[in-house]
Design a protein around this ligand. Structure first.
Ligand SMILES: Nc1ncnc2c1ncn2[C@@H]1O[C@H](COP(=O)(O)OP(=O)(O)OP(=O)(O)O)[C@@H](O)[C@H]1O
Ligand code: SF4
Ligand SMILES: [Mg+2]
Length: 372
């Protein structure tokens, strides 16, 4: 049952405080508030409580975006991060199945659309899943939406789902560089957002995936790296490894674009079985070592985004604190009692400490002073 107990403010300039878009509001007809302003405030508030957003994408269909996204989300969860999984694939939402929520429906409350929360003993926090699949009549209903609705859906996905505070929101993108990607790139401008590229080794998949990478680079969205999926397979009988797809020189292409190759994920029937059964393989202790290593590399690369920004944020805060203190009236008053040259020397020493500490933190975060 939905609960709507908040009163509607009477002034059109007031904010109603509801955590969902007006389209989900039972009061929409009678409400006279500024609905556009409400929807904008809603998205801003949600994004403010999400530290890092990672879009998992490839221009091409079927290369393993959803598989990588689900296992990345679960892998980050197993490292103790608070993680959400946003399924932005309107036509083929898979994350409900990958986390065992096939057929589940959601509630709308004052806080927003309820996510489905996936629990596992390996994860300190439940993983929050938001998907269009939770809003369909049934899982077989095909979605035939015009672009305007798609635009709205992407807004609802980010703004109306009750994500809560998150360290990472992983977004499973549909194939292509169409409406959903452009809308998201616009919506997330100014946020800590990165793209994770997925491709398979053959030339046709690479060509399409690299198009998606170029789109991100043109939009100024950093690409954390590329996962080469279905890169080799181990024979279950003789245990020898071989490649199904020809290698079309992905490494050189990535080098040219300045995108790191972060992992080679082999074909593994257990990966598909884990997705079908609603339990990401990365949480299964019986995972093949080569698959575990590949996912650990993907998780490491994304986890470092959070740490890099944390280090950078601390360094920037320290800069500000020291800057303020050096001009602070109390500090100046304390320095005023000192003999001239001593005062100048103390001031210089403080500035030096600030400078060195700031440099150390920038170094630890992998950034450079010039880029901060
Ligand atoms: N490394 C792998 N080993 C075995 N099966 C895999 C692997 N990667 C993906 N698959 C399987 O391949 C199929 C397609 O994967 P997935 O749905 O993740 O691709 P996608 O890029 O998200 O597709 P779409 O473009 O339709 O969204 C799924 O059945 C998945 O289980
Ligand atoms: S219609 Fe929109 S602005 Fe009005 S009460 Fe509902 S959510 Fe708030
Ligand atoms: Mg998919």
């Amino acid at each position: 049952m939905a609960h709507f107990t908040l009163p509607i403010p009477e002034q059109s300039t007031e904010e109603c405080g509801r955590g969902h878009a007006c389209g989900f509001c039972p009061l929409e007809q009678e409400c006279r508030l500024d609905k556009q302003a409400h929807n904008k405030t809603l998205i801003e508030a949600r994004l403010e409580s999400i530290d890092q957003i990672v879009l998992v994408l490839a221009n091409k269909g079927g290369v393993g975006k959803s598989t990588v996204a689900a296992n990345l989300a679960a892998g980050l969860g197993a490292r103790g991060f608070r993680v959400g999984m946003a399924d932005a694939d309107i036509h083929g939402p898979n994350q409900s199945r990958f986390f065992g929520f096939t057929g589940a429906r959601i509630r709308v409350s004052e806080r927003g659309l309820g996510t489905k929360d996936y629990a596992d003993p390996a994860m300190a926090h439940d993983l929050r899943v938001g998907s269009l699949a939770f809003m369909l009549q049934d899982d077989e209903t095909p979605v035939v939406w015009r672009d305007a609705y798609k635009h709205d859906f992407v807004h609802h996905l980010m703004g109306s789902f009750d994500w809560g505070p998150l360290d990472f929101l992983i977004v499973d993108m549909p194939p292509g560089t169409g409406n959903e990607l452009i809308t998201l790139a616009d919506l997330l401008e100014g946020c800590n957002v990165s793209a994770l590229l997925v491709t398979t080794p053959q030339a046709v998949a690479q060509m399409d995936s690299l198009k998606a990478a170029r789109f991100c680079l043109e939009r100024g969205m950093p690409v954390v790296g590329c996962v080469e999926n279905m890169a080799g397979v181990t024979c279950p009988h003789c245990k020898g490894s071989f490649h199904i797809y020809p290698d079309a020189g992905l490494g050189e292409q990535l080098d040219r674009l300045g995108i790191p190759s972060i992992a080679k994920l082999p074909l593994d029937p257990a990966l598909a079985a884990g997705s079908d059964d609603g339990k990401p393989l990365v949480l299964n202790p019986a995972i093949e070592p080569a698959v575990a290593t590949a996912f650990a590399q993907v998780v490491d690369a994304c986890a470092s985004l959070g740490r890099a920004d944390f280090g950078g944020a601390v360094a920037r805060t320290l800069d500000e604190v020291f800057e303020k203190n050096l001009e602070d009236a109390d500090l100046e008053a304390a320095l005023a009692g000192m003999h001239g040259p001593v005062r100048d020397s103390v001031r210089r020493t403080l500035a030096q400490i600030l400078h060195e500490e700031s440099r150390r933190l920038h170094g630890a975060s992998g950034g450079s002073e010039e880029s901060q």
